[in-house]
Design a protein around this ligand. Structure first.
Ligand code: FES
Length: 106
């Protein structure tokens, strides 16, 4: 298990236990994290799993691939640390990671 901290759009901090190998999106949905809709179920076509992966944890994961960047280009509240959580596999490198959910997904 990997401990992940989500900051919701309403400012609540939720600590969850994520399973090694699942995606951050799956962990968020399983724990009903506010603001992570994940409408496409991880098919990388909706962009509603967008969140900010804060430093330093965004440095511990692979950079987004071009197709992920393409989806993010159509999003709102996009920042340098924006990611689609369905594209990030949970591993021990993310222990204690803080993930902030933007105020809206559209
Ligand atoms: Fe749809 Fe991530 S769940 S893009």
């Amino acid at each position: 298990m990997v401990r992940i901290e989500f900051v919701t759009p309403s400012g609540h901090i939720r600590q969850v236990e994520a399973q090694d190998g699942e995606t951050l999106m799956q962990a968020a949905v399983r724990h009903q994290i506010e603001g992570i809709e994940a409408a496409c179920g991880g098919a990388m076509s909706c962009g509603t799993c967008h969140a900010w992966v804060l430093t330093p944890w965004n440095e511990y994961i692979a950079a987004p691939q071009p197709d992920e960047r393409e989806i993010l280009d159509f999003g709102v509240h996009i920042r340098a640390d924006s990611r689609l959580t369905c594209q990030i596999k949970v591993s021990s490198a993310l222990e204690g990671a803080r993930i902030e959910v933007p105020p809206s997904q559209s």
